[in-house]
Design a protein around this ligand. Structure first.
Ligand SMILES: *[C@@H]1O[C@H](CO)[C@@H](O)[C@H](O)[C@H]1NC(C)=O
Ligand SMILES: *[C@@H]1O[C@H](CO)[C@@H](O)[C@H](O)[C@H]1NC(C)=O
Length: 970
């Protein structure tokens, strides 16, 4: 939810009126661009772009002023250390930058550069600042969870006075070539250069310098040309706020080139296409760099490099059969320019005009330079290795991947209970109902409004009767008011973010004047935990979960709607240094709190966050913030979610229906059909939007939406298995074409269709008004079936096929060669399906085979870490379908817990084989399972027109956790 309305309730009506008037005058309301900086309004961005432009203008005479001193090189245990010397101006002045290049067993390399003088604290701060003197170097502590064990097998293979070569990675496939004068690094795979650092000479490390007051030029006199342009070095003002910059200029920047790569992906969160655009002008390109500075952007723009609520500075480059990537570990404001050039140097190279190189220019305001290099070679390697570094997606609460019903606001206990009953009356499944801001007593978190929410426990109980849950909003701003114990504790324990003077920082947010909890402080997290105990947060129970909003942090009266950069956090770091990690620390605090609500209770938390950084996937889901009820926003949600998915954060969704505005019925229906394929599936609406619960739509729309939601529920076993893969190896939950088919160049730019996990389900949601067909691009030579009709779709690899999709239809194909687990009995909630039998849908491939998986656990506890889960592999081989343990476990050593015991009564009920050959046209077949055999009835349906032949095996009766085999020709 978002900034824009007044902080007082009385204002809401007034603003609604003003808002309506503004809409009349200006139908396409959009973000107030002037509220957010452009590159040339951000001193360090402007300076570094100018630095690069200067280098380009000098062309061949340009020489980067950074030289590695070869005599300082030391190499030991997979790590090279040395010093880079920067020459400054024309004088003999220099600055020293210690550099480390580490090589890891995981196959990554890492370059870090710090500044000697600041490390030694030999600098003076201005304005009596109490800030730390070092460059911020603690991002690693909060972000990196593994993958940095040194590779002691890495070795220097060549060294002379100009360069040093280090071989590393499995079988020494990777090589780093570090040149000394100027400093450059070239990362090679199998002898070929893929990633180059500073090959353009745009490396720029702003060394510390004192502010020298120059005599002011007298009126009428020309200012003497005084060396560098210092106008943006010191205090900077934007939108009436002045940043005191006590450490002066300290940005870091570097060019990183991807040799032979035309596509780069990643660096969410932005609204543009998955394949990132160039940023220095030209047709259809952006004129601004991609910006990462977590912000509450009111009514955000589409197709824009503007910053949004979260940031993951991970970028991967892709070309046919090769993927490489870099992770720029920096928490400060960061900008990235992207340009592409055609390499015409080799006229004999195949293809028109030679290969394309992508050049990127990374610019951060402060901190150390810290970059990881990933050499692939597959997109799967990218997501796996990045997850090894920053953590994999937490196993979710099972309910949290089902459907969520939210609006700002359900206004009372009775309202919630009534909505709950209506879902039942209309037989629409849902798992979670949400309470936005207004459930609180005067916007004091951890309280309930005493009149309208006088009995939240009874609400929680009613929801629990059908296995449902309640999510409450809790934000990081704490209302500054007397007699509010949460605030007085925050104050007395001294756990708030401080202003530059040292007092608790005070700003304006939903509750009016507020202070902010500083979750960089471990003591703040300890205190935060106490607030969530069931006996402290009265009205909450086991089925209460949390939503963390506004954690960028959003500050209504702050610069760019956030905190001043010279605010101070735990450890005396400036807010400037840690801004982009701030949201994650709050998400983490709530995660830790939900883990410890009661003694002996150890369950998976569910917490939705708006702000995030690399690593936030460890703590819960995210959503794309305050979108609009428009077709464009519906369409834009997929590139965004796909981008997050390949950047380590796949548990993502957009507000179904659009937050601002009122969707017309068609749009809402299409949005539900699309949202049923978001990893995080939640409907939400602004306080001024009309009610739009699915049962209000009327016939036939309620029925259409209901069937979309039910489709999600029946496929929950497949979705949960996809989450399991994200948890194990970082695989995206919804997968773009380049990720699943890394050799098919025509698919690299496609971001409006995707596969669900490894199920072979290929979806292309309809995101245009009045559109009744979808053109689906087919990535391979496999057979494809329509999910609903079993029609064989006439496909050709690399071509689009058009399939009809009226308003009641979803363009959904099944790729041949997969086995998809489902649960087909419609229920009120996912919890009510927990011990239902399964259906397996087998889609026979061209070569007659198929394979699939099911992962299932109790969906709630951490017992899966102790082996309490079922993980089956299903295989169709020749005429036999079988189920075996996917990990080859025999299960004998495991003592089944309660959930495992209950699963012993859960069976495979039905198997549908789509594309079954005519030789399977029979009445019954034998099944063998764990020493027993019995007969299973078969109904065979011969092919008819477009429809494939299919066989339905009914009442299979094999236990889901046990091995079994069915031979269809025996
Ligand atoms: C999360 O909280 C734990 C416990 O205080 C702390 O050890 C960890 O560093 C925190 N992580 C992040 C990302 O804030
Ligand atoms: C299929 O069956 C054949 C013959 O029994 C066997 O050699 C092969 O390994 C099986 N393939 C799979 C994928 O199980």
């Amino acid at each position: 939810m978002r900034y824009g309305l007044g902080a007082n309730r009385q204002w809401v009506a007034l603003f609604a009126l003003l808002g309506a008037l503004a809409c009349l005058l200006q139908p396409a309301a959009s973000v107030k661009e002037k509220d957010f900086k452009k590159c040339d309004q951000s001193g360090f961005c402007k300076r570094n772009r100018a630095f690069a432009d200067h280098a380009v203008a000098q062309a061949s005479t340009w020489s980067s002023p950074y030289n590695l001193l070869s005599e300082t090189i030391a190499f030991k245990d997979g790590q090279l250390q040395a010093v880079i010397l920067k020459s400054i101006g024309t004088e003999s002045e220099t600055a020293r930058f210690p550099v480390t290049v580490s090589f890891h067993k995981s196959g990554t390399a890492r370059l870090t550069v710090d500044e000697e003088r600041r490390m030694n604290k030999e600098i003076e701060l201005r304005h009596d600042s109490k800030a730390r003197k070092e460059r911020y170097n603690e991002a690693e502590k909060l972000v990196i969870v593994g993958g940095i064990e040194h590779d002691s097998a890495a070795e220097i293979t060549y060294q002379d006075e100009k360069q040093v070569n280090i071989k590393y990675g499995s079988e020494g496939k990777f090589e780093a070539v570090i040149k000394f004068s100027p400093f450059e690094a070239d990362f090679r795979r199998d002898g070929v250069s893929h990633i180059q650092f500073n090959s353009h000479g745009w490396l720029n490390l702003e060394h510390w310098r004192p502010k020298v007051d120059k005599p002011e030029a007298k009126e009428g006199e020309e200012t003497p040309p005084a060396g560098e342009d210092e106008s943006t070095w010191w205090d900077e003002t934007f939108g009436g706020n002045t940043d005191s910059k006590p450490r002066g200029p300290e940005s870091i920047a570097m060019d990183i080139s991807f040799q032979g790569y035309e596509h780069v992906f990643g660096i969410p969160e932005h609204t543009g296409p998955l394949s990132l655009k160039q940023t220095r002008g030209g047709d259809g390109h952006y004129a601004e760099p991609y910006r990462m500075y977590n912000s509450d952007v009111f009514e955000y723009e589409l197709d824009s490099p503007m910053t949004l609520y979260g940031a993951i500075p991970f970028m991967q480059a892709h070309r046919k059969d090769s993927a490489v990537g870099i992770f720029w570990l920096n928490a400060a404001e960061t900008w990235v320019d992207i340009t592409k050039t055609k390499d015409a140097s080799n006229p004999l190279s195949l293809g028109a005009g030679g290969k394309t190189n992508t050049h990127t220019h990374w610019i951060s305001e402060s901190g150390i330079l810290d970059v990881f290099v990933l050499l692939g070679p597959t997109p799967r390697d990218m997501t796996k290795t990045f997850g090894e570094l920053t953590g994999y997606t937490a196993m979710p609460q099972e309910f949290s991947i089902a459907y969520h019903q939210c609006r700002w606001n359900y206004i009372s206990d009775d309202d919630v209970k009534d909505v709950d009953r209506k879902f039942d009356r209309f037989k629409i499944p849902y798992d979670v109902i949400w309470l936005d801001l207004e459930y609180t007593d005067d916007r004091k978190y951890f309280t309930f409004e005493p009149h309208s929410f006088s009995d939240p426990l009874s609400t929680g109980k009613q929801l629990a009767e059908h296995g449902r849950n309640l999510v409450l909003l809790i934000d990081p701003h704490i209302k500054k008011v007397d007699g509010y114990p949460v605030h007085s504790q925050l104050k007395s324990k001294d756990l708030a973010v401080r202003a530059k003077g040292g007092d608790a920082y005070e700003g304006w947010c939903w509750p009016g004047s507020s202070n902010w909890i500083d979750c960089f402080n471990p003591k703040a997290i300890e205190w935060w935990k106490t607030l969530f105990k069931y006996d402290a947060f009265k009205g909450t129970r086991e089925n209460t979960f949390i939503w963390n909003d506004m954690n960028e942090p959003s500050v209504f009266n702050g610069p760019e709607t956030t905190m001043p950069k010279d605010n101070m956090h735990f450890g005396d770091w400036e807010h400037r240094d840690v801004h982009n990690i701030n949201g994650m620390t709050f998400h983490n605090a709530t995660y830790q709190a939900l883990l410890s609500r009661a003694k002996g209770e150890y369950r998976r938390p569910f917490i939705l966050t708006r702000s995030f950084y690399a690593g936030s996937q460890r703590f819960g889901a995210m959503w794309t913030g305050d979108n609009q009820a428009s077709w464009d926003h519906l369409g834009a949600s997929f590139p965004m979610i796909l981008s997050l998915g390949i950047s380590g954060y796949p548990f993502a969704g957009a507000d179904v229906g659009g937050f601002f505005g009122n969707p017309d019925t068609d749009l809402l229906v299409r949005w539900y059909q699309a949202g049923a394929f978001y990893p995080f599936f939640r409907a939400h609406a602004h306080i001024d939007a009309r009610r739009r619960e699915p049962y209000l739509l009327g016939d036939p729309f309620t029925a259409i939406v209901t069937s979309a939601i039910r489709l999600r529920y029946s496929l929950l076993p497949a979705w949960y298995t996809a989450f399991f893969h994200a948890n194990r190896d970082g695989s995206p939950i919804v997968r773009p074409m380049f990720w699943t088919h890394p050799s098919e160049e025509a698919g690299f730019g496609i971001d409006d269709q995707f596969f669900v996990g490894s199920t072979g389900l290929l979806v292309k949601p309809i995101v245009e008004k009045d559109k009744e067909s979808a053109d689906i691009w087919i990535p391979d030579d496999e057979i494809y079936y329509n999910y609903f009709t079993y029609d064989v779709v006439k496909t050709q690899k690399g071509k689009h096929i058009t399939i009809h999709a009226g308003l009641d239809q979803i363009p959904l194909l099944m790729r041949g060669g997969h086995i998809i687990p489902r649960r087909d009995i419609p229920r009120r909630s996912s919890a009510m399906m927990r011990f239902d039998d399964y259906t397996l849908v087998v889609t026979v491939a061209k070569d007659g085979s198929a394979e699939g998986e099911l992962y299932v656990d109790d969906g709630d506890s951490f017992d899966y870490e102790k082996g309490q889960y079922i993980h089956r592999k299903f295989v169709l081989n020749g005429s036999s379908i079988s189920s075996v343990d996917a990990e080859g476990r025999d299960g004998k050593s495991l003592r089944p817990g309660n959930w495992m015991k209950a699963m012993q009564d859960v069976h495979v009920d039905k198997i549908v084989v789509v594309g079954a050959p005519a030789s399977w046209d029979k009445q019954k077949v034998q099944i063998a399972s764990e020493g027993k055999t019995w007969e299973v009835k078969v109904h065979y349906y011969a092919a008819e027109k477009e429809r494939a032949a299919f066989a339905v095996l009914g009442r299979v009766g094999a236990k889901i956790g046990e091995d079994w085999t069915i031979d269809l020709e025996a």
